[in-house]
Write a protein that binds this ligand. Structure first.
Ligand SMILES: NC(=O)C1=CN([C@@H]2O[C@H](COP(=O)(O)OP(=O)(O)OC[C@H]3O[C@@H](n4cnc5c(N)ncnc54)[C@H](OP(=O)(O)O)[C@@H]3O)[C@@H](O)[C@H]2O)C=CC1
Ligand SMILES: C[C@H]1O[C@H](OP(=O)(O)OP(=O)(O)OC[C@H]2O[C@@H](n3cnc4c(=O)[nH]c(N)nc43)[C@H](O)[C@@H]2O)[C@@H](O)[C@@H](O)C1=O
Length: 325
C-alpha cells in the first residue's frame, strides 16, 4: 500500500524482481499479448499464463483452485469479453455477465491468495455519453452512459469499485487503468464484432485484393475517437505497476483524437485501397466524442510514443504477416 506523502506510490518495486510470478490473464488477446511482450523484453522470467480453454475465468471454483495452487505475486487482468459497437449492442448479456464473472473471480481470488498487487483494466466507455471533454477521472458516474455499451461499461465500473472497496476494507493494493480505444498486433479483425480500426483495415484490405470500387463505413463519420497503440498501453501498465498505488482509477490515452472519417481515410491510405468510401448511416455512431484527460498519468511521468500513422503501418504489416486470407 502507498505510504508516501501523497499516498499513491507503492511501497515495493514491481521491476526489482524479474523472477516474480506474474499472472497475465488474457495473454493471447490484443492487450495481454502486448503486456507479455513488454514484460519479456524487460527480462521477466516467471510469467504465469493460461489460455481460455485451460482456465475459464468465469468458473469460480476453477479460478479459486488455480490461485490456491499457483499463488502469483502480481496479477494483470487483461481477460474480458471485448468487442466493438456492434458486438456490444448485440450481446448485452454476455458483455455484462461474462465481464462481471471474470473480474469478480480474479479480483477476489487474488486477494484471498496473497497477491501483492493487481491491475484491473477498464475502458473509456465507463464515462457518461456527454462527459466534459477531455474527460477527467472525476466524470465517472455523473450522468447517463452511452446506450450501445452501457452493459460493458457497468461491468467495468463495478471492477473499478471492487478494486477500491478491497483497498479500503482490506488495505490491499488493487489499481485500475482506463485505456482509450486501442489497436495493434493480435487485434480482433472480425468483420462485424471488431472495433473500428481493425474492422476497417480488414475491409479495405479485402476490397484492395478483390478490386472492389467502394467500401462501406458505418455511421456518419463525425464521431471523434482517441487511439492508443497497444505497445504504449503495455508500457503504461508496467509504469502503473511500478509507480502507482492509489485509490482512484487513472486514464491512459494518447491525448490525440480523430474523426472516424479521418481515421477511415488514414487506414485507406496505409492499406493502399484506391476506391471510394460509402457511409452507412443506418449503423450507430455511438458516443459523439470521448477524448480522455490523461494529465494525472502524465503528471506521474508517463507519455505515449507511437503516432497513429506509425502504429497503423505497424499493425497493417502484422496483419499481412499473420492473418490467413
Ligand atoms: N481493445 C480495446 O480497444 C480496449 C480494450 N480495453 C480493455 O483491455 C482488456 C483486454 O482487451 P483486448 O485485449 O482488446 O481483448 P481481446 O478480446 O483481444 O482479448 C481478451 C482475452 O481475454 C480472454 N478471455 C475472454 N474470456 C475469457 C474467459 N472466460 N476465461 C479466460 N480467458 C478469457 C480471451 O481469450 P479467448 O480469445 O481465448 O476467449 C483473450 O485472450 C479488456 O479488459 C478491455 O476492456 C480497454 C480499452 C480499449
Ligand atoms: C473501446 C470501446 O469500443 C466501443 O466503443 P466505440 O468507440 O464506439 O467502438 P468502435 O470502435 O466499434 O466504433 C467507433 C466508431 O467507428 C464507427 N465505425 C465505422 N465503421 C466501423 C466498422 O467497420 N466497425 C466498427 N466497429 N465501427 C465502425 C462506429 O459506428 C463508431 O462510430 C465500445 O463498445 C467499448 O467496447 C469500448 O470500450
Amino acid at each position: 500500500m502507498g505510504d508516501n506523502s501523497n499516498g499513491t506510490a507503492p511501497v515495493s518495486s514491481f521491476l526489482a524482481d524479474k523472477s516474480a510470478k506474474i499472472f497475465v490473464a488474457g495473454h493471447r488477446g490484443l492487450v495481454g499479448s502486448a503486456i507479455v511482450r513488454k514484460l519479456r523484453n524487460l527480462g521477466f522470467t516467471n510469467l504465469l499464463l493460461r489460455t481460455h480453454s485451460e482456465l475459464d475465468l468465469t468458473r469460480q471454483n476453477d479460478v479459486e483452485s488455480f490461485f490456491a495452487a499457483e499463488k502469483p505475486r502480481f496479477v494483470i487482468l487483461a481477460a474480458a469479453k471485448v468487442g466493438g459497437i456492434h458486438a456490444n449492442k448485440t450481446y448485452p448479456a454476455e458483455f455484462i455477465g461474462i465481464n462481471l464473472q471474470i473480474q469478480t473471480n480474479v479480483i477476489d481470488s487474488s486477494y484471498r491468495h496473497g497477491v501483492q498487487k493487481l491491475l484491473f483494466l477498464g475502458s473509456s466507455c465507463i464515462y457518461p455519453k456527454f462527459a466534459p471533454q477531455p474527460i477527467p477521472e472525476e466524470a465517472l458516474l455523473t450522468s447517463p452512459l452511452e446506450p450501445t455499451n452501457e452493459w460493458y461499461a457497468v461491468a467495468k465500473i463495478a471492477g473499478i469499485k471492487m478494486c477500491q472497496a478491497y483497498r479500503i476494507q482490506y488495505d490491499w493494493d488493487a489499481i485500475s487503468g482506463m485505456p482509450t480505444n486501442l489497436y495493434g498486433p493480435n487485434d480482433n479483425f472480425h468483420p462485424e464484432n471488431s472495433h473500428v480500426l481493425p474492422g476497417l483495415m480488414r475491409r479495405f484490405h479485402e476490397a484492395k485484393v478483390n478490386g472492389a470500387k467502394e467500401v462501406v463505413v458505418w455511421g456518419t463519420g463525425s464521431p471523434l475517437r482517441e487511439f492508443l497503440h497497444v505497445d504504449d498501453l503495455a508500457d503504461a501498465v508496467v509504469f502503473l505497476m511500478e509507480k502507482y498505488s492509489g485509490l482512484g482509477h487513472l486514464n491512459v490515452g494518447s491525448g490525440k483524437e480523430v474523426t472516424i472519417k479521418e481515421l477511415a481515410e488514414l487506414v485507406k491510405e496505409v492499406v493502399g485501397f484506391e476506391g471510394a468510401l460509402v457511409w452507412d448511416s443506418s449503423k450507430p455512431d455511438g458516443t459523439p466524442r470521448k477524448l480522455m484527460d490523461s494529465s494525472k498519468l502524465a503528471g506521474l511521468g508517463w507519455t505515449p510514443k507511437v503516432s497513429l500513422k506509425d502504429g497503423l503501418v505497424d499493425t497493417y504489416k502484422w496483419y499481412l504477416e499473420n492473418l490467413k486470407q
